[in-house]
Design a protein around this ligand. Sequence first.
Ligand code: UD1
Ligand code: CA
Length: 479
Amino acid sequence: MTTDEQNSDHENGVHVTKPVSLSAVILAAGKGTRLRSALPKVLHAVAGRPMLEWVLRAARAAGCEHIYVVVGHGADQVRTAIEAEDVTWVEQRQQLGTGHALVQVASHLKAPTTLLVLSGDVPLVTAETLDRLVVGARTGWGSMVVAEMEEPGSLGRVMATPGGTLERIVEVADATGEELKNRRINAGIYALPAPEIFEFLADLKPDNAKRELYLTDALTAAAAQGRDLALVSLAAAEEAFGINDRRDLARVHGVLLRRKAEELMTEGVTILDPSHAVIEADVEVGRDSVIHPGVSLTGGTRLGEGCTVHQGAWLEDARLGDRVVVEPYSVLEGVVVGNACSIGPFARMRPGSVMKDRAKIGNFVEIKNSELGEGVKASHLAYVGDATVGEDTNLGAGTITCNYDGVSKHRTKIGKGAFIGSDTMLIAPVSVGDGAMTGAGSVISKDVPPGALAIERAEQKTVPGYADRKLKRRKTRKQ
Ligand code: UD1
Ligand code: CA
């Protein structure tokens, strides 16, 4: 489809003839001074993704052919952090205001288009709202998202005719007391006809409190010249929440977590206290799983069906099968766990760890870069690093793989059905064969063949009556 192709259509009974192409511009060059951060504002994460990433996803979901992102403050950092092949980066060297930011894309647009203008710091916008916005723009001249807010705070106020077309937008810094009483706000999200919008932007002057070139002034000017700007009103005003400071950031994060929890509950997941669980956007949870309060499921974590994750567990990029139980305060990162496994309380699984079906690790057990076969048990106080443990083997309390010699890491191999006695030190590289045993307290530095017992301990000496005599002597001396 060529971008200057015209379509003729009936939408909502209105005959429209408009350019068919749809593009998006995301304004993301601002300093975000009020965040007081070394990190560019649009890279701050909400619910596990940089806020700019949320806006990008909304633009993609709305079906934009081209997405331009205007960057300036921390431009290199932003480009590196957001690896997006479908984006054209446009630099705004000096941040002279939102109007000036939009002007930067003018030379990149080769043909007429409906331009969705989004703010990199307004990440709750949904694709459905953008769809409504596009319909609004294509039936009139342009459109913008507005909302009635209980606490409009620092957001620009929108004055409109009783019929609902835009009269003017006033920034808080320039508003009169009377204007501030208006609770209809500008969400900073627009659908505008390009190239016409650039004619209005060319006339902008920084004659306002902030000495900036306001995009909003160009819309006020367009309205004054009779351009019909439709106001698309949000049913849920929170979609217009922007992020200008850390309070705003926490509020938006909360909304995104609540949206995710609601989505999972609809799909059949129990979340006992949704306001006290952190489940990030990319996480998947199978039905009939139960998430207790204080749990964090982050990154690419995936849980199967019927899992239970108890209080205070923290999972990042953890893949769990069905019916896995994670007991309280366990930490799992970059791991793969089979079906019907049990983990914790107070267990730690570090990256590269794999647990096969029915394996169990108990309190104060740490697993790193190791594979535990089906039905393996390590119930108490163990460190298993760089090891492979065969199915149904039991690792006694206090088992330690001594995997590091101060220079290199070495592997420990334990076969199937083995029994590692409590407090065994396994000096890697070392192997214990299928069905072998080690005696409690042994330091195993040589391979143990299948079926053997390896025991390494000084012989026990027992002196009859010694303790009695010693205690008596001490007691008489004290009198
Ligand atoms: C802007 C609107 C305001 C609206 C609010 C919605 C203007 C003048 N005001 O105010 O009416 O209610 O958004 O959240 O547009 N940016 C650039 N280059 C610049 C300046 C800003 O790219 O030179 C980017 C910022 O990175 C940000 C977005 O534009 O992502 C909005 O800028 P910001 O300074 O936050 O505007 P607000 O004061 O929030
Ligand atoms: Ca803002």
